[in-house]
Design a protein around this ligand. Structure first.
Ligand code: PSU
Ligand code: MN
Length: 303
């Protein structure tokens, strides 16, 4: 079977490709493992509308019936959100879902692979995976970091999720040669909060400047991606010191219950939703929308 038969474009994305219009890839792990129903589906659809309003075409990516689907209809998105046992796919198991026909949602790593295969250069998400706290004993380092090192797709996020060890995550990104550019401020944001206490390695302000940086890397044939950190809007942020306590509780709960590997991030996000009485989800939704808008503006400027 050829790639043509495995990579399936929606009509909207196929037309956008044919016309050379800007496209923004979107992931689905955030739908199946990152947010509860019905906010997950509502957010995914709202994010697609934001991308369109900014002049780009959304390409939401998932694995269904042994195909890499690039662009889903609202019905397909709802179908995916309602399925049981959807795999959370990364580089290691993307082809496993294709070979076995199991449904799969794509993480940042798997979405980057699919976007690159589909010829899409920009991708918006909430927060990337990174180096987990306690990684010195658990060795839990997200495959998202290695994907950023090798696959040339620019990823717009709101920083690494604050449940991670952000200083270690930054160190690994530097080692792997991944540029980290914060949009509009000097400090790296920390997902729910605009502040992480760490300076961003790089800063650019206008979408056109970010597009110029991406284009320059392409021009000189640099491998790997770019990480763009977009601070959550001030009116939606949860201050870092408020989140810190909840994150510590959530991680302690995960440890006590023996939650490991792929289950850690979904568990901690779910626990934070309870501990913040829903506020973490409101912020997560706001930051994903904010990232979709910036990604679309960059895609438009990159044309
Ligand atoms: N952004 C969110 N919520 C999420 C994710 C991103 O707002 O749930 C997902 C992404 O798919 C990312 C994954 O790749 O979390 C990280 O998982 P892990 O830590 O297991 O690598
Ligand atoms: Mn992990």
């Amino acid at each position: 079977m050829s790639l043509d038969q495995t990579l399936l474009f929606s009509d909207e994305v196929r037309a956008a490709k044919a016309e050379g219009r800007p496209i923004v890839a979107l992931e689905t792990t955030i739908v199946t493992h990152g947010m509860p129903y019905p906010e997950n589906v509502e957010t995914a659809l709202a994010v697609e509308r934001i991308v369109r309003a900014a002049g780009a075409v959304p390409a939401t990516i998932a694995i269904l019936d042994g195909k890499i689907r690039v662009g889903l209809t609202a019905e397909e998105l709802k179908h995916l959100a309602g399925l049981q046992n959807v795999m959370k796919l990364s580089r290691a198991d993307l082809a496993f879902a294709l070979a076995t026909g199991r449904p799969g949602a794509t993480t940042v790593a798997a979405t980057m692979i699919a976007a690159h295969l589909a010829g899409i250069r920009i991708f918006a998400t909430g927060g990337i995976g990174g180096v987990h706290r306690g990684a010195e004993t658990s060795f839990d380092v997200s495959a998202d970091l290695h994907e950023l090192a090798q696959t040339p797709v620019a990823v717009v996020c709101a920083g690494a999720k604050a449940l991670l060890d952000i200083p270690k995550t930054l160190e690994v990104l530097e080692t792997l040669g991944v540029p980290v550019v914060t949009a509009g401020q000097d400090e790296l944001p920390a997902f729910w909060s605009r502040q992480s206490g760490l300076p961003s390695p790089l800063r650019l302000d206008a979408p056109a400047e970010i597009a110029g940086f991406i284009a320059k890397r392409e021009e000189i044939g640099m491998s790997g991606g770019v990480l763009i950190a977009n601070p959550v809007p001030a009116e939606n942020e949860i201050p870092a010191d408020v989140m810190r306590e909840h994150i510590e509780t959530a991680i302690a709960d995960a440890e006590r219950q023996g939650v490991r590997a792929k289950s850690v991030t979904p568990f901690v996000l779910g626990r934070l939703l309870e501990l913040t009485a829903g506020k973490s989800l409101v912020t997560n939704i706001a930051l994903v929308k904010n990232n979709a808008r910036l990604a679309a503006e960059i895609a438009v400027a990159l044309r």
